[in-house]
Write a protein that binds this ligand. Sequence first.
Ligand code: IPE
Ligand code: IPE
Ligand code: MG
Length: 247
Amino acid sequence: MNLLEQIDLNNTPEHVAIIMDGNGRWAKKQGQIRLYGHNFGVESVREVLKAAKEMKIKYLTLYAFSTENWNRPKEEVEGLMDLLIRTIAGEVDELNEGGVRLMSIGNIEGLPEGCREELKKAQTITSKNKEINLVLALNYSSRWEITNAVHEIAAKIESGELKANDVNELTITNFLSTNSIPDPELLIRTSGEHRISNFLLWQIAYTELYFTEVLWPDFKKEDFYKAILDYQSRERRFGMVSEQITK
Ligand code: IPE
Ligand code: IPE
Ligand code: MG
């Protein structure tokens, strides 16, 4: 039986988030520059998006550029921004025809203008689509997002719109850039690194974590199916005991 047939399509996660890591190491192994790896990574995005649709996943969040990634060499940052612009512009029609709604999280204001424009255009074109939400995390870091939420909440308290005592978990959730998106049930990180790198810290409180050695440009449908099968073998207890979950 192939892997897809083993997956229970009635029990796939609604939201999968992926830290797409390992492009640079992949390129180095081929004797190429890092940008070569980023280019190939786009093909993995296409595959994973297709597989997500097959598995009826409703939200696919991809960590494409972190706030800390600005600290990379200038040529790499420029190459990544350029790749982002070209990819969004080149894919938007196909995304639209495939029922994909493009969304973004992160400090979008801080992206170069060309990037912001392409992103905005694609988000408008695809805004009515319902098949799947493709969420790009761009200039994203969780600590930035939480700090930003605190600023906004504090401003509302200062203006008297909100009482300090009324601030609860839901208030905070509502001020994050993921406010319209359910928490991910599964987080995948490729390339053998076992860390979160400032991604969705608030949102992954009860998320299942899956780490694979596969480098992002090599991550294909079968690797995604494997992650989902692993997820389906787990028991999510949310602080309770096994008997409470299975009854
Ligand atoms: C992930 O691959 C892509 C981005 C962070 C933009 P890396 O570029 O981090 O590749 P490695 O981790 O150096 O191999
Ligand atoms: C995380 O990967 C960010 C993205 C995948 C966009 P990094 O390669 O930047 O993370 P670290 O530096 O290894 O933690
Ligand atoms: Mg990396």
